[in-house]
Design a protein around this ligand. Structure first.
Ligand SMILES: [Zn+2]
Length: 217
């Protein structure tokens, strides 16, 4: 289980996600901020005897039929103000997963600064499927989307949220590039499955209500 960064909307489901599943390890990024959330994850994992791993850019994890390449955060030494939502968002782990379904870029909530660092780092960002950063917020650069060039983009977002997520300009940029966009506020949970023609999105739930917020989403 990977927790991209320590905001409540990314770890609020921790107990439920760990319950009834065999979880070999919980993985976090190098930032450990905010500290209260870092402690909460460590406590929940310790109660279940699950080890906590810290992932760093450059690492690769391999399983049969799945490999995860850690692309970011590129600049883990950047100072992080735990009360600054953008700072914490930019500590998000960014993973490129390769599976029989295709390649998937998992971006957490990276905003412009972390996206720029990824672009200048020279890593291959190209992916069949993009988990759109930060719930489709306006802080996603056209250059980042162009580097990924996904055929399928998934936006995890609560219906009726007050943040203006997802941003219309970001959605337009994706669609103009020929990307199919699926949103959890419209489709509920979305599964990505393999097909002869590449990855396909299957909606399999009910639209998501707005989550309860603690701090910035
Ligand atoms: Zn978030």
């Amino acid at each position: 289980m990977v927790i991209t960064h320590l905001h409540a909307d990314h770890l609020g489901g921790l107990a439920a996600a760990l319950g009834g599943r065999a979880v070999g390890a919980v993985a976090l990024g190098p930032a450990h901020q905010p500290a209260w959330a870092d402690e909460r994850v460590h406590r929940a994992a310790a109660e279940r005897n699950i080890p906590v791993l810290e992932l760093r850019a450059g690492q690769q994890l391999d399983w049969p039929a799945l490999s995860l390449r850690v692309l970011g955060p590129v600049d883990p030494a950047n100072p992080v103000d735990p009360s600054d939502g953008t700072d914490v968002n930019n500590t998000s782990l960014v993973l490129r997963a390769t599976a029989p379904t295709g390649t998937l870029l998992l971006t957490g909530d990276v905003e412009l600064l972390a996206q720029a660092s990824l672009l200048t780092s020279g890593v291959d960002l190209r992916a069949d499927v993009l988990k759109v950063p930060h719930h489709g917020s306006r802080y996603t650069s056209p250059g980042f989307l162009a580097a990924v060039r996904p055929r399928l983009a998934l936006v995890s977002v609560g219906a009726g949220n007050t943040y203006g997520h997802p941003n219309a300009t970001v959605l337009d940029a994706l669609r103009r590039a020929g990307t199919l966009v699926r949103r959890t506020d419209e489709s509920g949970d979305v599964a990505v499955v393999a097909s002869r023609d590449g990855p396909v999105a299957v909606a399999r739930g009910h639209p998501r209500p707005a989550p309860r917020q603690r701090g910035r989403g």
